[in-house]
Each structure stands twice: as structure tokens, then as C-alpha cells.
Design a protein around this ligand. Structure first.
Ligand code: ADP
Ligand code: ZN
Length: 743
């Protein structure tokens, strides 16, 4: 048999091999194999079985080995790989590497531990003799003799305070035997939830939930591809709906994938899932970036073998090799975190929908603030809409107060971090021992420093952005490249001692809160304080336990948290996400507001939200204030239609970068002419123009936008053109299909 193999070693080309007799029974499409290329062995993936080759069979080389008993990619995953390769203009090799975990590609064997047992039962005389000659060896024999089963070598040695040499001597003597046993790893427990499992009986569904569960259940029963969009307000019990749907899948013998934007940020969801399914006897694999190689391989094997049928994880869990996939849940489907920002630049949600289509499965997307892409798909009849309009137990959505910071600044005469209204509410809630969360979407103290005399703003020497001031260590830092230096006491340009700090970040908010509520127990959570992995979980745990009164954080803490005692949420600067050069800025702002507001009033007491802004009349703010998703979506879609932006057309973002701005500009212009000639009738081209952030890490960036009705037609043409045009070595380019970030 001849097979087509895609090497994973920098060859972007399918190669043909013969399969030796001994491997015939194992090699399938999707198998990971070792293949000889020139004189070395490389890793490859079998893409085609029973292939034909131009080369005569006698000249073909043999596959030299296979890595796993199970194919690394199931047939639906192979088809998905081909689609991603074409749709996202990504090399097949990089697609396969994204889909197959490193531990699986390395073919890492299950890890083993050494165990010791007695090979020879010594007589009493022998023992006495040994005791005289080699007392340490005698002690070990004695110890092993007392145990009924083999003892872990490391354990025995540490218990008796002996070295490995003692074992070697006994091995030589033939008295002791060493065996390897697979390590018992806690592959299913996971560090982020600390093994915390929330069990408990499932609640009785309310009417709305029951309707949605039935609607999704009907699609599952039909067993055909369908996409449901669950639009449920914050706290409406979406998770419970997902759980019931997954239960149905498991009962019918199928598998389910459950995606969350970031596992580390949703320990509660993971704990609830595991509680429910493990109680029912289903191992739940938790898939996240902090897994060790061994754990990852174990989880992967459990799924590929069908031993485990549920996996929870971030983006890349969409590639889990589950058997008989029946459903993929995408929680918080609007989250930009689902888009990978390096090659292959895929969108986890869109890949989930496509995989469900290939597998004939159901894709269940859920959000309190659906993306306009998904909303448009509901309107065009592609997705089915399910609604949860009320919070569980008829709890009220929080009241949202919008504070006009322009007025506040006049009142308080000068830069204001916390408005009077917010401070009043904080006092009140604190007195009542209720908890508060303050969001500010920038870490550091203030966003820039400016000289009052000459107006100089200190910029990063490597990037075209201003440096952020961090008061905790008196530094200026670039949030793009990480460049840092001591904060100057005088203006670096004119030496005037009069520096003013503009804009604010988490540290400044922390300082302001300490001033107004000195007795409050306060924690700050941002990328600066969270560099220590487990601190995150600990702080959330302390907050839940009531050991912290006020939590200050960036948006990173805004995801899916469910703290019943939080009754006040403050959004310190709502404008930050609004005034960026991205057509999704309004959508982002609306989502941010609704999502952070959704953290308040989830318990018995109703909640309140204070939003501080300099543009209180903005649509995103007004619609969020009235929790009016439909109103917002209508208006925003009209705008998008007017400019023919996504979701009405696809956008492809092309970035050119390099050290020499003139050269980049020249080639980008040259390139645009070629595209115009070839695709001018089906693509609208804008650019090249300097990217919004023109310089990053000493590289200049130019961008081109392509708008088109169907990316599937255009992308392959662009890729073809790329191979026809001669590129200078020092001009790099990146194609990003359906980009989620334009700055
Ligand atoms: P959402 O994801 O929609 O914001 P959650 O799924 O986090 O909401 O649910 C909010 C809270 O309501 C959770 O504590 C959950 O356990 C609880 N809950 C969900 N459904 C029910 C129900 N039918 N009866 C009682 N409590 C429920
Ligand atoms: Zn920089």
C-alpha cells in the first residue's frame, strides 16, 4: 500500500511512501508516522491512504514506524485541517502542529516509575551474613521483605535513607528486581481548580431553561448538523443548559467538547462541569496551557481511545480527538480570545462550527452579548436562536448609573479617578459588608507622562506608543514590547520638573481606593500581579471566602465570575475600549459593559453598577445601560451595512513589516497593484496605509484591507499570488483572515 504523508519538518509538500507488512494493520489516515527524508527520520502525518504516486513503487521508501495506536487525527479532523489550511492561508504543517499537541507529536511514552521487589527470598543465614558484610543492603532487603507488593524505588530509598548504589549492588547479586510501572497521574484533576469539584444536585430547570434544553435536545436527537445561538442575559443559567445538553450527549453514547475562552479564568465553570459529570461516572479531561507533557498525553489518549468522552478547554480543545462527536459548546462565543493571534490564525468558534458541520454534530454557542457575526447568522436563518431573558429566580439585572466625568472634573477641579457617586456607593456597600469589584482596563498607574511645559510625551524607543507609568516600582514600561526604564523626575526633553501623569491604570485606582476606604481589604489583579500562576486562584478563593472586600482588576477578571456577595461593580473608565481605530470598538464597549455589569447582584441582594465616562451619550453605553442587546445590534448592524463591514463582508487583514519603512511601503504598493489586476473585480482593496501602531519592536508596519463576499474564493488566490511575486527577504508579511484585532 502507498500512502501520502505530510511531513512536519519544514517541507510543505505531500510525500509518498510504502507501508511495510508489519505496519499494514495499524496505518490509517491520520496516523502519526516516522518517515525517512534524505538520510534522516522525520515525523509525518498520513493524509491519504491507498494513494497513487508518479514515482514507480520500487523507488518509494518505506514508512519506518508508527507513533500511536490511535490516529492522531480522526477523519473529520483531517478534513478540518484541509479547510483551515485553505481558509486561513496557513501552511498545512503549522495547522497540523496546532491541532496535535506537542506531547503527542513527540510520541512521548507514558511516564514510568521504577519499583523494587525481592527476586530471591534470602534465608535467615544469608541475611545475617549480608548484615555483617553490607548492612545497608540488608536493611533494604528486610524492608522489601516486609512489603507484600513492589515498592516505589524512590520511596524505599528515601524512607531508609539509602542511595541508588545499594540497589545496584543488590541487582547485581540477583536478590532484587526492578520493574517499570506507568505513573499514576492525576490527568483529570487540574491545578487551576485545585481539584475542587462542585457536586450537588442539579437544580430544577425554570421554564425558559426547559424550553431551551428541549430545543437543543431536539437537534441532538435529530443527529444532524445544527447551530444554536443561546442568547441569555448574565446570570440566566446558561451553564445549566450546557450541562443538560452534554448529559444528553453522554447518555446517547457520544462525546462532547466544551470550550471556554480561558480555562484559568473560569475555574468555577470547570469545577461545576467536573462535579456533574464525574458524579455520573464520566471522566472529564481538562485541557489548558499549563498541563505538563505527560498529563496532556494522558488526556489525549483517554479521549482518542474513547475512555473519556468530555473535554473542557480553551480554543485548542476544539481539536480534541474525541470519538463520535455529537456536540461542541462554545461558551462566551463573542470573546476575542477565541481567535489565535499567531499562525494558524484561526477563530475557535468558527472552527467549532465547521467541525460540527463535518461531524454532523450540534454546535451550541452561548453569550449574554452575542457577536454581531452570530447574530447576523440567526437573522439569515443559518443559526437557531434560543433565549433566556430573565435571571434565575427572577433576580433583577443590576441598575446601571452612568456618571458624566466631564461634570465630575469640573466639580472636583482636576483629574478624578473615582466619582462622588461611585465613592458614596462604595461606602454604603462596604458598611453593609457586601463586596465590590472595580474594573479598569489598563495595568500600571497612568497611561502616559507628559511635560506641562514643553508637552513632551515619553514614547517607547522601539514602538510607536507612549510608555505607561508603574508607580509600584517607579518605572516606565512599554506594554507592547516590555521595554522598561526608571521613571524620570524631570522632563527628558526640556528638564522641566513639571510632569503630569495622564490616563489611569489599576495602580492608580488602587491608590485612590486606599484613600477613600483605608479599612477595606483590597487586592489588585492584573497581568503584573498575576505573573505567579497560582496566585490567581488563591485571590479568587479569598474573595469568595469573604477575606477580601474590594477587588480591582483589568478585564481579565471580568469573565464568567459568579460571586453572590458582589453587589457593586464600578467601571472606572468606560471610554478606553471605545476610542480605538477598530470598527468593532462599539461592540467591544457594549460587551464589556454588559459583561462586567453582569458580575453584580447575582446573589440574594440586588446589584448596582457605576459606569464612568466622558461620552455618556454614546450608543454602546446607553444600550448597555438598558440591557438592550437587540437595540444595540440593530443600530450597529445598520452602521456595518452602511460601510459594508463584517458581518456583511469578510475582511482580510494583510500586514507588511520590516526595518525599512520606505521599502515596505514600496513593496506593499507593488503588491496591491498585482492584486488589483488579478482580483480587482471581486475584492475591494484599501491601503496600503501605515498600521494604527506604526512601529512595534523596531519594525515598521503597513496594512492592507481586503473586503470580499467569500473568503474561501479569495484566500487561495492571494496565496497563489504570493508564491508568484518575488519578496525581498527583509519584508515580512502576515495574512489574517477574519481578524479580531485591527491595531
Ligand atoms: P450565566 O452563565 O447565564 O451567567 P450561570 O449559569 O452562571 O449563569 O447561573 C447563575 C447561577 O444560577 C449559578 O449559581 C447557577 O448554579 C444557578 N442556577 C442555574 N440554573 C438554575 C435553576 N434552574 N435553579 C436554581 N439555580 C440555578
Ligand atoms: Zn515598545
Amino acid at each position: 500500500m502507498i500512502v501520502g504523508v505530510q511531513p512536519l519538518a519544514g517541507f510543505d509538500k505531500l510525500l509518498h511512501y510504502k507501508v511495510p507488512e508489519t505496519l499494514l494493520a495499524f496505518v490509517r489516515s491520520g496516523s502519526l508516522v516516522r518517515i525517512p527524508i534524505v538520510n534522516r527520520l522525520h515525523l509525518g502525518l498520513v493524509m491519504e491512504i491507498n494513494a497513487t504516486s508518479d514515482c514507480p513503487p520500487a523507488k518509494l521508501k518505506l514508512i519506518s514506524g508508527i507513533l500511536h495506536e490511535f490516529p492522531a487525527l480522526t477523519p473529520d479532523l483531517l478534513a478540518l485541517a484541509r479547510w483551515m489550511h485553505a481558509y486561513y492561508a496557513a501552511r498545512m504543517e503549522s495547522v497540523l502542529e496546532a491541532m496535535i499537541p506537542g506531547a503527542v507529536r513527540d510520541g512521548a511514552r507514558l511516564k514510568t516509575d521504577k519499583y523494587l521487589s525481592l527476586a530471591h527470598a534470602p534465608t535467615a543465614d544469608e541475611m545475617t551474613a549480608l548484615g555483617k558484610k553490607a548492612p545497608q543492603q540488608a536493611r533494604l532487603c528486610e524492608f522489601l521483605h516486609q512489603q507484600f507488593r513492589p515498592v516505589k524505588k524512590s520511596l524505599a530509598l528515601s524512607r531508609l535513607d539509602l542511595t541508588g548504589a545499594v540497589v545496584s549492588a543488590l541487582l547485581k547479586r540477583g536478590w532484587v528486581r526492578e520493574v517499570l510501572r506507568p505513573v499514576e497521574r492525576i490527568a483529570y484533576a487540574d491545578n487551576w481548580t485545585g481539584g475542587e469539584i462542585v457536586a450537588g444536585l442539579p437544580p430544577k430547570l425554570n421554564d425558559e431553561q426547559a424550553t431551551v434544553v428541549k430545543s437543543v435536545g431536539d437537534s441532538l436527537t435529530r443527529g444532524k448538523f445544527a447551530v444554536h445561538l443561546l442568547h441569555g442575559v448574565t446570570g440566566s443559567g446558561k451553564t445549566e443548559v450546557y450541562l443538560r445538553a452534554v448529559e444528553q450527549v453522554l447518555k446517547s453514547g457520544g462525546s462532547a467538547i466544551y470550550l471556554v475562552p480561558e480555562v484559568a479564568l473560569t475555574p468555577q465553570t470547570v469545577a461545576r462541569l467536573r462535579g456533574r459529570f464525574e458524579a455520573a461516572g464520566h471522566k472529564t479531561v481538562v485541557w489548558h496551557s499549563h498541563l505538563g507533557e505527560g498529563e496532556r498525553l494522558d488526556g489525549w489518549t483517554a479521549l482518542a481511545s474513547g475512555q473519556a468522552r468530555v473535554v473542557v478547554g480553551a480554543r485548542s480543545a476544539v481539536f480534541a480527538p474525541v470519538k463520535d462527536l455529537r456536540m461542541i459548546v462554545v461558551d462566551e462565543e463573542h470573546e476575542p480570545a477565541y481567535k489565535q493571534d499567531e499562525t494558524p490564525r484561526y477563530h475557535g468558534r468558527d472552527v467549532a462550527v465547521y467541525r460540527a458541520k463535518l461531524a454532523g454534530a450540534v454546535c451550541l454557542l452561548g453569550s449574554a452579548t452575542p457577536s454581531l457575526e452570530s447574530f447576523a447568522n440567526v437573522r439569515s436563518g443559518k443559526y437557531q436562536l434560543d433565549l433566556l431573558t430573565k435571571r434565575v429566580d427572577d433576580k433583577k439585572l443590576p441598575d446601571i448609573h452612568v456618571v458624566d466625568m466631564r461634570i465630575e472634573i469640573m466639580r472636583q477641579r482636576g483629574l478624578v479617578t473615582l466619582s462622588r457617586l461611585l465613592v458614596d456607593h462604595m461606602h454604603r456597600r462596604f458598611e453593609r459588608k457586601e463586596q465590590i469589584i472595580l474594573f479598569i482596563n489598563r495595568r500600571g498607574y497612568s497611561s502616559s507622562m507628559q511635560c506641562r511645559k514643553c508637552g513632551h510625551v515619553e514614547q517607547c524607543p522601539h514602538c510607536s506608543v507612549s510608555m505607561t507609568y508603574h508607580r509600584s516600582d517607579e518605572t516606565l514600561k512599554c506594554h507592547l514590547c516590555g521595554h522598561a526604564r526608571g521613571a524620570p523626575a524631570v522632563c527628558p526633553a526640556c528638564a522641566a520638573p513639571d510632569i503630569r501623569w495622564r490616563g489611569m491604570g489599576t495602580q492608580r485606582v488602587e491608590e485612590a481606593v486606599r484613600r477613600v476606604l483605608p479599612r477595606a481589604r483590597l487586592e489588585r489583579m492584573d497581568a503584573d500581579t498575576m505573573s505567579k500562576k497560582h496566585l490567581f486562584r488563591q485571590i479568587l478563593g479569598d474573595f469568595r471566602a469573604g477575606k477580601i472586600d474590594i477587588l480591582i482588576g483589568t478585564q481579565m477578571i471580568g469573565k464568567g465570575l459568579d460571586f453572590p456577595n458582589v453587589t457593586l461593580v464600578g467601571l472606572v473608565d468606560a471610554d478606553m475600549s471605545m476610542h480605538v481605530p477598530d470598527f468593532r470598538a462599539n461592540e467591544r464597549t457594549f460587551q464589556l459593559l454588559v459583561q462586567v455589569a453582569g458580575r453584580a447582584g447575582r446573589g440574594d441582594r440586588s446589584g448596582e453598577v457605576v459606569v464612568q465616562t466622558f461620552t455618556p451619550q454614546a450608543d454602546a453605553i446607553q444600550f448597555a445601560r438598558h440591557a438592550d442587546f437587540n437595540g444595540f445590534a440593530e443600530g450597529e448592524l445598520m452602521m456595518r451595512k452602511k460601510f459594508n463591514y463584517p458581518p456583511y463582508r469578510h475582511l482580510i487583514h494583510h500586514i507588511f513589516r520590516g526595518k525599512n519603512p520606505e521599502k515596505i511601503k514600496f513593496f506593499a504598493e507593488h503588491w496591491v497593484k498585482q492584486v488589483e489586476l488579478k482580483l480587482g473585480s471581486v475584492v475591494e482593496i484599501r491601503g496600503p496605509t501605515p498600521a494604527p501602531i506604526e512601529k512595534v519592536k523596531d519594525e515598521y508596519r503597513y496594512q492592507i484591507w481586503y473586503f470580499c463576499a467569500q473568503a474561501t474564493k479569495i484566500v487561495p488566490e492571494l496565496v497563489k499570488l504570493q508564491s508568484e511575486v518575488k519578496w525581498p527577504d527583509d519584508v515580512m508579511q502576515v495574512l489574517d483572515v477574519d481578524p479580531m484585532s485591527l491595531v
